[in-house]
Design a protein around this ligand. Structure first.
Ligand code: AMP
Length: 284
């Protein structure tokens, strides 16, 4: 069963009556197979899934794509209904606030101010972005009060910032990180892929191809990191990269001396579209 609530007062009312285990999937909508993988995992592991669809203005910078971000609610609801049919014993509550003021009422004055992990990579390029993400996720956590919440590792730094917030604020929520879903070409699915022309979509493959190449070069061996760093330097001569960096998977530090897990994180910019990807590796 799928139910849609569009106001926060209705959400609060529904939540107050809930006695079952809740899994939560926060999204900005325009659903693709990446979002659906989160929904399915949440349905596998919980009796009820709360699924939010909200384009959060607080995580967009002044010159970013908040206004043109694709909003496809009717289509999204249909996709969720189709998946929910496969889980007749479970229910899905879609929270799709019609207006920003449903989530952040006029006069709302709180911000989650993140530090550390949120200041590098995406955080360095998009000041305030992770505060915007943490603020909305905290707000949604307070409204939904889930036991489990599902995030894609596609946005690895975001996932880490959320894990840190849950730890620091002692929120009783288990965060589940889900693998990146890709097109057969290797391109990671993203709502922003639709901004790309056919030509740019082809160009976008340098992201996953470079990741794969560097991953193969490292091949699980710490001793190969030097070769990888040389290859990264070489790749970065292409100005389409915003960054391409190897970081410790836990701390996001560039110092990999003690690391057993490393993540290669990269962003390319094609026109005004920025595309993220990453590769997780264990090394010894
Ligand atoms: P968004 O709607 O882009 O804010 O994404 C909502 C959630 O879906 C986030 O936790 C994302 O990391 C996750 N997600 C987005 N794209 C993918 C993907 N290709 N594979 C797995 N998860 C994804």
């Amino acid at each position: 069963m799928v139910k849609v609530v569009k106001s926060t007062s209705d959400l609060i009312q529904e939540r107050a009556q809930e006695t079952k285990t809740i899994g939560f999937v926060p999204t900005m909508g325009n659903l693709h197979a990446g979002h659906i993988s989160l929904l399915e995992r949440a349905l596998d592991e919980n009796e009820v899934v709360y699924f939010s669809i909200f384009v959060n203005p607080k995580q967009f910078g002044p010159n970013e794509d908040f206004n043109k971000y694709p909003r496809t609610l009717e289509q999204d609801i249909k996709q969720i209904e189709e998946i929910a049919r496969k889980y007749p014993q479970k229910s899905v509550m879609i929270y799709a606030p019609t207006d920003t003021s449903e989530v952040f009422p006029p006069g709302y004055n709180q911000t989650i101010s993140t530090t550390g992990l949120s200041t590098v990579l995406e955080g360095a390029i998009r000041p305030g972005h992770f505060d915007g993400v943490a603020t909305v996720v905290f707000r949604l956590f307070e409204l939904v009060k889930p036991q489990n919440a599902y995030f894609g590792l596609k946005d690895y730094q975001q996932y880490m910032v959320i894990c840190q917030m849950v730890q620091d604020l002692i929120l009783p929520i288990k965060i589940v990180g889900m693998p990146i879903i890709r097109e057969t070409s290797g391109l990671a699915l993203s709502s922003r892929n639709q901004y790309l022309s056919a030509e740019q979509k082809e160009e976008a493959l340098i992201l996953s191809k470079t990741m794969k190449k560097i991953g193969a070069l490292i091949n699980g061996k710490k001793a190969n990191l030097n070769f990888a760093q040389a290859e990264i330097k070489n790749a970065l001569t292409d100005s389409r990269w915003n960054y391409l960096e190897l970081r410790d998977s836990q701390t996001l530090s560039m110092n990999l001396g003690q690391s057993s897990k490393v993540t290669l994180l990269g962003v390319i910019q094609l026109g005004s579209t920025r595309l993220l990807d990453n590769l997780q590796m264990e090394i010894q």
